[in-house]
Structures are given as C-alpha cells and as structure tokens.
Write a protein that binds this ligand. Structure first.
Ligand SMILES: NC(=O)c1ccc[n+]([C@@H]2O[C@H](COP(=O)([O-])OP(=O)(O)OC[C@H]3O[C@@H](n4cnc5c(N)ncnc54)[C@H](O)[C@@H]3O)[C@@H](O)[C@H]2O)c1
Length: 250
C-alpha cells in the first residue's frame, strides 16, 4: 500500500492524555493520524514524538465546538488525504466540579458543548466522506459517570449519557451506509489533567476504590479504541465499551 492509499484516522482532542495514546496506537496500526485540537503545539509534539513527517500525519488547530472550524478541518483532511476511515472524538472533560446551585449557565453550556456538541459537529462533518466511501468507524467518548452519575458533575454526566444515546441513534442511521458508530467509556485514567485534580493521597484513595485497585493507563483506553476502529469489531455498532477495571459493570 502506498502512502497515498493508507488509511486515515482523525482524532479530536488527539493532543490530550488519552488522545496522545490513541494517536500512537492508531499509528502503530498503520493509520495516518490527524489530530484536531485547540492546543496545536501539544498536537505537533505528539506527532514529533512519533517521528511523523509532513504527509504522514497532521495537526489542525480548531475549536471543536465551532461548526465553521470543524468544517474547515474536514475540508482540509479531504483535500490532503481524500479519505477518513476512522474518527475518534475525545475532546472533552468535566471542566468544573460544582454543586448544582453553583453552576453558572455559561459553565453548564461549556461542558455540554465541549463534550456533546463537538461530538455532533465532527460526526456531522465526517458523514458525507464515510458515506461516499461506504465504510468508516466512529468512536465517541463517554465515561463511567454517564451510567452512574456523579455528585458535582451533573453537566458532565448528562453530556456523556447524551453521547451514548446520540451514538445509538447515529449507529442506526449510518448502518445502511456501511458506517459504524460505537462508544468508548473510560473509567478513571491517569492523564495529567485528571491527576491534577488530586493530591497523592487522594489519588491513591481514588485508585483503591476501583476493584482492580488501580487507575487505567491511557494506553489501555487506546487498546479499546483500536479494537472499535479495526475489523475485529466489524459487526459491532451502537455499543458502549467500558474500560474501567471493574469500576462500573452496566
Ligand atoms: N482521564 C479520565 O479519567 C477520563 C475518564 C472518562 C472519560 N474521559 C474522557 O476522555 C476524553 C479525554 O480525556 P483526557 O483525560 O485525555 O483529557 P485531556 O484534557 O488530557 O485531553 C482533552 C484534549 O481535548 C482538547 N480540547 C479541549 N477542548 C477543546 C475544544 N473546544 N476544541 C478542540 N480541542 C479541545 C484539549 O486541548 C486536550 O488536548 C474526554 O472526553 C474525557 O471526558 C477521561
């Protein structure tokens, strides 16, 4: 297969903790990785660490909550690579831990937008490309909190539960076109952003609550994503894959 024929994987939030591991794992599986992220410097660093030269990977800076940014990014990918085989939507996060009465409407919207709206916009933009190919795999990102809820994370839990329901509807809609859509639901994962919310004792305590006695490594979440992206899961669509050390067993 020449470089021009190689499969292309677009990863929104690909510069982040889990994102970098996903980009690395998909590159290992021979995909050309395209990072969409608001942090362009971090995205370029991820590609540099993988030794990716121009043409063998790309980072596009964008705000994934803005339709015009997302459309421009997918137009660029299509112009440069002419295909998108896999889309992974990872841009997101809980952003604030607050009781309901302390949530400003602006903060609520910010959380819903970065998780749910960005997922909608990227799926909408990739669909014409995957439809024309009659093939593609979309992986959206939820969380164990989508299933259990979590005090002080009302907006985040709602957004992630919304992503699961959205993905089921999307899967039903896209199946006739040969396009699959599934969800990865990580449990507590050791990324700098999440670890930054705990001191050492708090992190140890949070880890010990998990049946397997430890948090996930980003690479372990990336394995789940690679499975959903690959032909091993060709007959799976509309499903949620929980990778959480037994934290939640829905
Ligand atoms: N780490 C965990 O414990 C955990 C658990 C469950 C679910 N998740 C989910 O996994 C995903 C990744 O989490 P992470 O821990 O790697 O987070 P992270 O903060 O390290 O990565 C998120 C990435 O998204 C990018 N991003 C944020 N807002 C953006 C926007 N508007 N436009 C473009 N890019 C934007 C950030 O720059 C960052 O690179 C998130 O959706 C998160 O909710 C994480």
């Amino acid at each position: 297969m020449s470089s021009a024929d190689k499969k292309v994987a677009v990863v929104s939030g690909g510069a982040g903790g889990i994102g970098a591991a996903v980009v690395s794992r998909l590159a290992q599986a021979d995909f050309i990785p395209i990072i969409l992220d608001k942090d362009e410097a971090a995205g370029r660093e991820v590609l540099a660490e993988l030794g990716r030269q121009e043409g063998r990977g790309l980072c596009i800076a964008l705000d994934a909550t803005k339709k015009s940014d997302v459309q421009r990014a997918f137009d660029r990918v299509l112009a440069d690579y002419r295909r998108v085989d896999v889309l992974v939507n990872l841009a997101g996060g809980a952003l604030y831990a607050k009781l309901i009465q302390d949530f400003a409407l602006r903060e609520w919207r910010e959380i819903i937008d970065v998780n749910l709206k960005s997922t909608f916009l990227c799926c909408q933009a990739v669909f014409p490309i995957m439809k024309a190919q009659r093939q593609g795999a979309i992986i959206n990102t939820a969380s164990n909190y989508a299933v259990t809820g979590s005090a002080s994370r009302t907006a985040y839990s709602a957004a992630k539960a919304g992503i699961i329901a959205f993905t089921k509807s999307l899967a039903a809609e896209l199946a006739p076109y040969g396009v699959r859509a599934n969800v990865i639901a990580p449990g507590r994962t050791a990324t700098p952003r999440v670890m930054g919310n705990y001191d050492a004792a708090g992190w140890a305590a949070a880890s010990s609550q998990i049946p397997m006695g430890r948090t996930a490594e980003p690479a372990e979440i990336a394995e789940g994503v690679a499975f959903l992206a690959g032909d091993e899961s060709l007959y799976m669509t509309g499903q949620t894959l929980h990778v959480n050390g037994g934290m939640v067993m829905p």
